[in-house]
Design a protein around this ligand. Structure first.
Ligand SMILES: [Zn+2]
Length: 164
């Protein structure tokens, strides 16, 4: 009965279980990507082939946009050239469209990679596009706090969606 002795099998099964566990953990971005007819409550602006773009429910300033690749990846180096290119264009469009709708005086654009760097959702990499106005707080200072919201997200969604 030699053929029943398969030591590789237990590590294979453990690996599979780990993978299953990993897949079962819910992810804010993956849930939004998979969602159907929940664009309003999830503040989704658009779902594209390689990324999703949405408004942050806990914005640093109003108009705070998040862009994440469709693939659940944590590391910037895992982004392929297509994703990098598409997301770069989406960042440019976000700046253009936010200027049109909200007339901010500046922007902060950034990616927090890893929990130690301040990533609130470290499993799924995402970009922050934060419009800035004279007199709002310093970007680093407001990180993690909710700021004064002067534009209602519902109105912003209606204005931003047709532009993307
Ligand atoms: Zn994800």
């Amino acid at each position: 009965m030699d053929f029943l002795w398969s030591p590789w099998r237990s590590s294979y099964i453990d690996g599979f279980k780990e993978e299953q566990k990993e897949m079962q953990k819910s992810c804010f971005f993956c849930d939004a990507i998979k969602s159907i007819n929940e664009d309003d409550e999830r503040l989704i602006i658009a779902k594209k082939e390689s990324y999703i773009i949405l408004l942050n429910k806990f914005p640093y300033t109003s108009g705070h946009i998040l862009i994440a690749p469709i693939r659940h990846i944590a590391d910037y180096t895992e982004l392929n050239n297509n994703e990098l290119c598409d997301i770069s264009i989406a960042i440019k469009e976000s700046i253009y469209n936010l200027k049109k709708v909200m007339k901010p005086k500046g922007f902060n654009i950034g990616v927090n990679i890893g929990e130690v760097a301040g990533a609130g959702l470290p499993g799924h990499i995402h970009y922050h596009i934060v419009p800035r106005w004279q007199g709002d707080k310093n970007f680093m200072y407001v990180t993690g706090e909710t700021n004064v919201i002067s534009f209602a997200n519902e109105d912003l969604l209606l204005k931003l969606r047709p532009l993307f």
